[in-house]
Design a protein around this ligand. Structure first.
Ligand code: FES
Length: 93
């Protein structure tokens, strides 16, 4: 995937492309299957894990999606319902 592909796959709702922490969620259409939410904040695919946590004590939160759907991933890091956004980012604005 090059940068132009990444921009096309970028989530809606005004989010910037995945790759760094931000003050709002990443809204992404996800395929069915296993997904891992980054907790180390080093992933180049943040909020999704790219394996950058290896060698540390931090591990991703893994979820399984039964069918393709839109997922609202927390990208601010303070959700109490991680890996999903719970609106807590509103306190950061
Ligand atoms: S992005 Fe909404 S709670 Fe983190």
């Amino acid at each position: 995937m090059d940068d132009s592909d990444r921009k096309q796959d970028a989530p809606g709702c005004g989010s910037s492309p995945p790759g760094k922490k931000q003050k709002g969620p990443f809204v992404m259409r996800c395929d069915a299957g296993k997904h891992a939410w980054c907790r180390c904040e080093k992933s180049a695919r943040y909020p999704l894990c790219d394996g950058s946590h290896r060698g540390s004590d931090v591990t991703p939160i893994k979820i399984t999606i039964d069918e393709p759907r839109v997922v609202v991933w927390c990208a601010c890091g303070i959700s109490k319902n991680a890996p999903y956004c719970d609106g807590s980012h509103m306190r950061l604005c």
